[in-house]
Design a protein around this ligand. Structure first.
Ligand code: GSH
Length: 282
């Protein structure tokens, strides 16, 4: 199968006139026409495909080799102010990774309700987080970005073993379905409870973090999502994680009390609530 072909527009940012697409063994890469000696860039589709094929190293190494110092990441601001960190759980995941690895970084905050031209040039899809991988080249998607960071800065390693990497991965979609649900009998609450129960059982055996004593990448992904879950369900549904899920409750306390979390969380819970309001009221 030819991976990455025609699925969607590559989400990185070398202007079309400046790049030449070529096919490698199984996916597209891009050569910079202005600088043909420069290493080629993989499209995000290619990176995603490679991530899922467990064949990441060579390609992520290519991306990681030329990271700027300090690294730069574009994240969501609160609406109307590009000075204040907004409510994007995917951005917080990337910032948590950088904080926990103690990597110096710069953020550019973008107001997604009023996307500036320079940002849309960098990422025409208009999504954050976006991470600079070389001069004029940026890459989107927190899965890809955190892999690149892990590759470039392996110490300390936060890699989660493959068998634990998807623990809790259905909680966010279950939370969103329940949050948006207007029918108390549609099973969305129970579906979320089932996912939280599964996490509780995992933590009971393996905890206190997903991979045991030490925090890892899976926790950086889940922590901001659990924060949104707690804030939004409390506000919109007067709903809280049941007390009998003691391991999940202990886990969220551990996560939310970390310095890295305090430094990277949305500026106020009101921004999380305002962010979900249009989806709840749709
Ligand atoms: N799968 C992406 C999701 C990124 C995403 O959906 N970001 C939201 C903000 S939380 C976004 O940029 N939305 C565009 C918009 O609101 O216009 C990732 O993991 O980075």
């Amino acid at each position: 199968m030819k991976l990455g072909v025609g699925r969607r527009k590559p989400n990185f940012v070398m202007p079309a006139r400046r790049r030449t697409r070529f096919m490698t063994e199984n996916h597209f890469c891009y050569k910079n026409n202005a600088n043909p000696e420069k290493r080629p860039t993989c499209s995000i589709d290619c990176l995603e495909a490679l991530l899922t094929r467990n064949n990441t190293l060579l390609h992520l190494k290519m991306a990681a080799d030329s990271l700027p110092d300090p690294v730069q990441v574009i994240v969501k601001s609160v609406p109307g102010s590009t000075d204040t960190l907004g409510d994007c759980p995917f951005c917080q995941r990337v910032l948590l990774t950088l904080e926990e690895k103690k990597i110096p970084y710069e953020t550019k905050l973008v107001d997604l309700s009023n996307k500036p031209e320079w940002f849309l040039k960098i990422n025409p899809e208009g999504k954050v987080p976006v991470f600079k991988i070389a001069e004029g080249e940026w890459i989107a998607d927190s899965d890809v970005i955190t892999q690149i960071i892990e590759e470039k800065y392996p110490n300390p390693s936060f890699a989660t073993p493959a068998e634990k990497a998807s623990v809790g991965s259905k909680i966010f979609s279950s939370f969103v379905a329940f949050l948006k649900s207007k029918d108390p009998d549609d099973g969305s609450e129970q579906a979320l409870l089932n996912e939280l129960q599964a996490l509780d059982e995992h933590l009971k055996i393996n905890g206190p973090y997903i991979n045991g004593e030490d925090i890892s990448a899976a926790d950086f992904s889940l922590a901001p999502k659990l924060f949104h879950l707690e804030v939004a369900l409390d506000h919109f549904k007067d709903w809280r994680i049941p007390e009998n899920l003691t391991y999940v409750n202990a886990y969220t306390k551990l996560l939310f009390n970390r310095d890295s979390f305090a430094k990277t969380k949305p500026a106020a819970n009101e921004f999380v609530i305002a962010g979900w309001a249009p989806k709840v009221n749709a």
